[in-house]
Design a protein around this ligand. Structure first.
Ligand SMILES: *[C@@H]1O[C@H](CO)[C@@H](O)[C@H](O)[C@H]1NC(C)=O
Length: 497
């Protein structure tokens, strides 16, 4: 869960301190051997299978998961089965699911050619989400943006297969707009249409047509979904940052996917207004600004769109703000070298910002450019080294010698904050495990019985310290939007390491 500081009852947190010493004592050293990036890529994609909701297909590889939430949407008379659980709980939140889809698609668009045999699994991971997003946007003027009452869900420690909390359906419409979630959904559908353009042209056209409609709806009926849905989406995936960035972001993806002038003109016309309050080095499910600047810069660097030059200047500013050791560092690093941003689930920032460093470095290389930063300048090679350093930290080159990807390396998190992973699987324990009956599995110091291969957790704090304990959800919970950009990074480094 993204931000909610109290999303599990206090009684479930008491044991936390008992764990801390275990991890502090030994400080083994960084094993700086070469990493097997392709293996990590394969694992990062397996993780998405562990997050699947709905009826699982015959080729499901993570076998401890079973069908779940087979009646989602029924209370509203629609089929909303499928899609992904966002993190360690069993709610389907549309806003981060759409962002995950956009970033998985961007990973494939820029780095699919580096994925070797894994590209098919990456495309399947996108399709699992887009099949759902098509259901959620099937009715004109309505978008279903969440299934599951988050408060009830968070009061239970239950496997998705057993889940019996209310599967309340939440929607936006003309009178209750949500340009944030609608904009991100349009961006996701447009980005995915590029992924499928040559792989499945008919599906690609369906995605693009839907993206066009959803964007029109997002733009015509402006507002933040957390106004009308405050009690459902806040404080989990509340729109803290405003919906303006999602409108620009969606237009940028629609322009890339459709090449229609209309979207470029929209960007130029709305640039100033929609950029209000911009922060140059934020990029995540809530704030798209750095992503918009990098995405649009590609066009500028290819010499195509000079009236969009300001985006490239902002992208350069983002790069300078993230360089370690520059006079006005705006991004903090831990002593071990990890990017640290305030707020929960730090690793989401690490992977999304590193993705932008790598994507931008490729665009710069093609244009034969460097980024001027005051007295110094950043070359594409430097940006790649910075991104690689973050990836290597995640895979185990850090003061604890801990891989933050479950199932990768000798030492990785064993007690992740994830309901399905921490409770015995249906294979081994077919009987129902009810809401409160799961707490024994939450409190135990034993490792999780099911390995959620490829899950990247929230990660260490600014002192490079990591408590491998479920109650520390900010550190020990994985999320889909942490893994999505990592897929592209791992693909690139598996070929260029
Ligand atoms: C990181 O966690 C450790 C262990 O709880 C703690 O001692 C340290 O103060 C934390 N660092 C920061 C900056 O919060």
């Amino acid at each position: 869960m993204a931000r909610n500081p109290s999303h599990f009852p206090a009684s479930f947190r008491r044991l936390s301190l008992a764990f801390s010493l275990l991890c502090l004592l030994p400080v083994p050293h960084c094993s700086a051997g070469a990493h097997n990036y392709h293996d990590a890529l394969r694992k990062s994609l397996l993780f998405f299978e562990g997050q699947r909701s709905g009826k699982l297909p015959p080729d499901q590889r993570l076998r401890w998961r079973k069908d779940s939430a087979l009646h989602d949407g029924a209370t509203a008379g629609v089929d909303l089965t499928g899609g992904y659980y966002d993190a360690g709980d069993n709610v389907k939140f549309g806003f981060p699911m759409a962002f995950t889809t956009t970033l998985l698609s961007w990973s494939i668009i820029d780095f699919g050619r580096n994925m070797g045999g894994e590209v098919g699994n990456a495309v399947k991971a996108v399709r699992w989400a887009t099949d759902y997003l098509l259901k959620a946007t099937a009715k004109d003027g309505v978008i279903y943006v969440q299934v599951g009452d988050a408060f009830s869900d968070h009061r239970c420690w239950e496997r998705p297969e057993d889940m019996d909390t209310p599967r309340t359906v939440y929607k936006i419409d003309r009178n209750n707009p949500g340009s944030d979630v609608a904009g991100e959904t349009a961006a996701a559908l447009a980005a995915a249409s590029i992924v499928f353009r040559s792989r499945d042209p008919a599906y690609s056209r369906v995605l693009l047509d839907r993206a066009v409609k959803v964007f029109e709806f997002a733009d015509r009926h402006r507002g933040a979904y957390s106004s009308s849905l405050y009690h459902a989406v806040c404080p989990f995936y509340c729109d803290f940052n405003g919906y303006q960035d999602e409108l620009l972001w969606a237009a940028a993806w629609l322009h890339k996917a459709s090449r229609r002038r209309l979207y470029r003109e929209y960007i130029v016309r709305n640039e100033v207004v929609l950029r209000a309050g911009e922060t140059i080095n934020e990029f995540g499910w809530d704030n798209k600004h750095a992503g918009i600047n990098v995405l649009i810069s590609k066009e500028v660097l290819m010499g195509k769109e000079n009236d969009l030059k300001s985006f490239q200047i902002m992208a350069d500013g983002f790069i300078c703000s993230i360089l370690p050791g520059i006079s006005h560092p705006q991004v903090q690093y831990s002593p071990g070298g990890l990017i640290i941003k305030p707020g929960s689930c730090n690793m989401q920032h690490v992977t999304s910002l590193s993705f932008l460093l790598l994507a931008y470095s490729n665009y710069l290389s093609h244009a034969n450019r460097v980024v001027p930063c005051g007295q110094t300048s950043a070359t594409p090679a430097l940006l790649k080294r910075l991104a690689k350093r973050q990836v290597d930290y995640i895979l185990g080159d850090n003061p604890l010698g801990m891989s933050y990807m479950v199932g990768y390396g000798a030492r990785y998190p064993r007690r992740i904050h994830h309901r399905g992973s921490s409770i015995p699987s249906v294979n081994n324990h077919p009987g129902h495990i009810g809401c409160r009956d799961g707490s024994q599995y939450y409190f135990t110091q034993s490792p999780n019985p099911n390995t959620l291969v490829g899950a990247v957790v929230g990660g260490p704090n600014i002192s490079d310290y990591f408590p491998d304990a479920r109650p520390f959800y900010q550190e020990s919970e994985p999320t889909t939007y942490t893994n999505a950009p990592l897929v592209g990074l791992l693909a690139y480094f598996s070929v260029h390491s």
